[in-house]
Design a protein around this ligand. Sequence first.
Ligand SMILES: Cc1ncc(COP(=O)(O)O)c(CN[C@@H]2CONC2=O)c1O
Length: 409
Amino acid sequence: SDALDAARIREDFPILEREFDGEQVVYLDNGATTQKPNQVIDAIADYYRNYNANVHRGIHHLSQEASIAYEEAHDTVAEFVGADGREEMVFTKNTTEAENLVAYAWGLNELGPGDEIVLTEMEHHASLVTWQQIGQRTGADVKYIPVTEDGYLDMDAAAEMITDDTEMVSVLHVSNTLGTVNPVSELADIAHNHDSYIFVDGAQAVPNRPVDVKDIDADFYAFSGHKMAGPTGVGGLYGKREILEAMEPFQYGGDMITKVTFEEAKWNDLPWKFEAGTPVIAQGIGLAEAVEYLEDIGMDAIRRHEEALAEYALDRMAEFDDIEIYGPTDPTDRGGLVAFNLDGVHAHDLASIMNDHAVAIRAGDHCTQPLHDKLGVAASARASFYVYNTTDEIDALMDAIDSARQLFA
Ligand SMILES: Cc1ncc(COP(=O)(O)O)c(CN[C@@H]2CONC2=O)c1O
């Protein structure tokens, strides 16, 4: 696409040169995790080589350098998603832990019988199972906003399901199976009109498009570093400052306290109150480098690049009547991923034939089993794109699909 120069970007990702049985890898599993540029790898190595120490201002130079880098990483990531500074940006392990942090630290303490939690049928297990279990443990009811035939949220149903008994709405910003971009600002309005919080799962949005949590007016917003060219082991949880201030901690221990006696403990300031023990120092520094890397490319350019690749993939797949595509047909309504099935070929068999051609895609339920039940399929294949992918790689995907078609014909 003319949005960005994928060929130049690829030079930062040596892993993309890897070959399997003489064929160069075609990495199309970015919804699961993205590759990391040299700049991110070098930033993490630099930390361990030159200023590794534990944080929170130990009395020596190395600890001070590490503390400042770790604290400033919070500022960088906060600014990236439009949060008001480090106080609104907790580093977790991943999106899943961010969902669990709010479910345990807020949900278990605040929810009870008669309260309602509203999710969507397209939710990832990270939110669906978490809030489902919190509902069982607290007696709160869990409801699901339906997904329409063409892969959108039924917003009329949403407006009816979110009521004055609703205390939490937890929704995907972008579906990791359908690709659907949900109207999260509109859902936030509806939730707030009923004095409910809204938690937005942005795992498939923050890496791929501009996100402004204040514009959305999310109360919580979560994402993972490893899906945005950053390392595994770090995620971001945005929370409105006044909400995080009022919440109980998630985990107890060192660093999340200011004063401890045998009788009681006083909590540390935000965001450290939610970062117990030695935090994800190297990962946080790597994530901040990933943010700088993505900002250099430009988030709107990334969005447009992924839309162009999704459009190209949808058009190529539409040439065949034996490929079933899930999610919106309008590429401007979806992220840079396409889940599909090839008639007569189980997704796992398809993915393994793709693998014979060094094409890396995902097959399975993508942690959205209830959605697959609703779609009436046990599994789907999924190609998901990022900044280094090209239309040539989508042609390679289509060629590999064709070889599966021949094999199973
Ligand atoms: C929408 C969404 N929410 C939450 C998660 C959980 O993220 P962590 O694993 O970092 O906590 C994922 C991961 N995506 C899955 C993982 O592999 N393939 C996927 O689509 C996701 O796509």
